[in-house]
Design a protein around this ligand. Sequence first.
Ligand SMILES: Cc1cc2nc3c(=O)[nH]c(=O)nc-3n(C[C@H](O)[C@H](O)[C@H](O)COP(=O)(O)O)c2cc1C
Length: 209
Amino acid sequence: MTTDTHRVIRPSILYFGTPVVLLTTENDDGSANLAPVSSAWALGQHVVLGLGTESQTARNLAARPDLVINVASPELWEKVERLAPLTGAHPVPESKRAVYRYEPDKFAAAGLTPAGSDLVGPPRVAECALQLEARARALTPGGAGLFLSVECEVLRVHADERIVVPGTQHIDPSRWSPLIYNFRHYHGLAPEVGHGFRSQTARVAAGAV
Ligand SMILES: Cc1cc2nc3c(=O)[nH]c(=O)nc-3n(C[C@H](O)[C@H](O)[C@H](O)COP(=O)(O)O)c2cc1C
């Protein structure tokens, strides 16, 4: 229904602004795959990912559930975009051939650095300030075969010291910004407008904790 303020449209994509994560998974030959994904959300110590069925990442997770969810920040956008036309799938699936090309060494292609993980096989991305070692616990088909919802349990969190509130276990929201994928454009976070009533960092700042 059209009103004075809104009209009905059919956008080709619905990427309304979600953080970009770089997923590292293990290929059949033991090498690492690296893929940008923006369908990611967290609840408790779990992260749920939306992965295209034809991605090498989805195939890897179906066979080997270890992964690292490396959360990108705004200064990494050009490296993320270098990964955008690449796939670790060989041969490149028919549905991806027009847009994607095979790349076995995505770290080198993007100019990113692998760093060893503690609990899982795939490496962390050294340039990402927030790295979540995780294990896929459930892969659920959706979208009539288009994608998989992948439920991951986070096993260990690595945070760059510069984004941690000193002496606490908290990420400092004033020092951390995710890279946001906003209708295929990259953004950082705008300045804070407020905080939630359960914010522990706000209580630390107020001297309450
Ligand atoms: C910023 C960005 C966000 C993306 N988000 C997703 C996503 O949420 N899910 C997905 O399956 N693919 C997403 N893609 C596309 C994958 O990165 C692409 O399919 C890639 O080929 C996957 O690599 P792989 O086949 O080696 O796993 C995104 C790409 C970019 C650049």
